[in-house]
Design a protein around this ligand. Structure first.
Ligand code: SF4
Ligand code: SF4
Ligand code: FES
Length: 231
């Protein structure tokens, strides 16, 4: 029997199902008749919507993974979580300074980090989560923004954190402050924004909006591509 046809048993919310061995947790859920309305988005590992906790057979550890990327295993016990609750204060980014004080006010729990590194181990993106939290604690927002760049906000780091830090929200603030206050400004971008404001591209934009989908696709794939840019 080929790998594709092999079946394994999994337990979804405690109930046993037989599913193809090559399934991801997400396709196993659907194969078993579950209709996913929450906890599903891009299906490609980018949106972070499908955080799942699971255990492996005869293994005590609670593991975390993206349902759309994690392949099932014989005896796997699966539970989906609709979202990960995390502190998320409201702020006006234009009124904030890129200082440690802001994080102490908005996310004081950040400074309770125990250095256990559980968050990094839970991250499906292999992000050094503890390191970006520690960078925030030092006030190094450039480092925090750089290290957290690939975060997809799945929440699995927060789920496992004994200090109850919502790392992904802390990361967003670091990225926003770095981007708005600290990152070097691009001269070209400032010029282009000015041109847009003056309406220099209005006509071209109107023509694009009036173009049908097939023609738009053709334009897209036939555009000038700079070396190193992917299609
Ligand atoms: S840093 Fe946290 S929220 Fe971001 S991808 Fe990693 S586990 Fe998910
Ligand atoms: S899991 Fe929480 S306490 Fe542990 S290193 Fe990560 S942020 Fe710090
Ligand atoms: S559905 Fe988007 S990351 Fe899994």
């Amino acid at each position: 029997m080929s790998k594709k046809q092999e079946q394994v048993s999994v337990f979804i919310m405690g109930k046993k199902f037989m599913v193809p061995a090559a399934s991801t947790i997400m396709s196993a859920l659907e194969y078993s008749g579950f209709q996913l309305k929450r906890g599903v988005g891009c299906r490609e590992g980018f949106c972070g919507a499908c955080a799942t906790v699971y255990r492996l057979k005869d293994d005590f550890k609670i593991r975390t993974g993206l349902a759309c990327q994690t392949v099932v295993q014989e005896g796997m016990l699966i539970a989906q979580i609709p979202f990960v609750p995390a502190v998320k204060p409201v702020y006006d980014i234009s009124k904030l300074e890129p200082t440690i004080t802001i994080f102490k006010q908005l996310y004081p729990e950040t400074f309770r980090c125990l250095g256990c590194n559980t968050c990094s181990k839970a991250c499906p993106q292999d992000i050094r989560v503890m390191d970006y939290i520690n960078a925030v604690e030092r006030g190094d927002l450039a480092k925090a923004a750089e290290l957290s760049y690939d975060c997809i906000r799945c929440g699995m780091c927060a789920l496992r954190c004994p200090a109850e830090i919502g790392q992904f929200n802390v990361a967003i603030l670091a990225q926003r402050l770095y981007g708005s206050c600290l990152a070097p400004k691009s001269k070209e971008m400032i010029e282009r924004v000015e041109q847009i404001r003056k309406g220099q591209f209005n006509e071209e934009m109107a023509a694009i909006k009036a173009t049908d989908k097939a023609a738009l696709k053709k334009m897209y794939y036939e555009r000038d591509i700079e070396p190193g840019e992917s299609v």
